[in-house]
Each structure stands twice: as C-alpha cells, then as structure tokens.
Design a protein. Structure first.
Length: 95
C-alpha cells in the first residue's frame, strides 16, 4: 500500500514506493523530489503550509491508473501554538 501524508511539521511525504517500481516517473512529473536525508519522496516547500490537494489527489489518481493499487491519503492538522483557546471559544455553544 502507498500512503501519502501531509502535516505542517513534515510537509507532504509518500511511503510505500520502491526503487525501480516506476513510481519515480509519476512523482517527478507531479512535482515531487527525492530526499536522501529523509529516504522518501516529498513535495518541495510543503512544510509549514496547508496541503496542496491538487498535487496530492493528482498524484494518487496517476498512481492508481498506473496500477499501484490502493493509495491512502492522510492529513494531519495540528493546532498552532496559542490557538487552542480560540478554537474552544469558537466552537463553544452560546449560552
């Protein structure tokens, strides 16, 4: 299974691809880069930013069409420092 994840801390990464499986052609064409430090493919400039749905969904569709099977997409949305109280106030029902 191939998993595409996005979090503000790590950016957009993909797991489950292997050297020589042909995924590199699709990933390069979709704007992904290989990181030797991370040992995985990533979307450049995706750290500390919102997910780029058009890249993530487009890549997943292309991988499925190429026969890579199930592609799981996971978004992790963390709360920025100091925002917890604002979220509580915004979602608290009016008395």
């Amino acid at each position: 299974m191939t998993i595409i994840t996005h979090s503000r801390e790590a950016g957009t990464l993909i797991e489950g691809t292997a050297k020589g499986d042909g995924s590199n052609i699709i990933l390069k064409a979709s704007g992904w880069c290989w990181s030797r430090n991370l040992g995985t493919w990533y979307v450049p400039n995706s750290r500390d930013r919102g997910a780029r749905g058009h890249i993530i969904n487009g890549t997943a569709e292309q991988l499925r069409a190429a026969g890579f099977g199930d592609i799981e997409i996971t978004y992790t949305h963390s709360v920025a420092d100091g925002m917890h109280g604002a979220i509580i106030r915004a979602t608290k029902p009016a008395s």
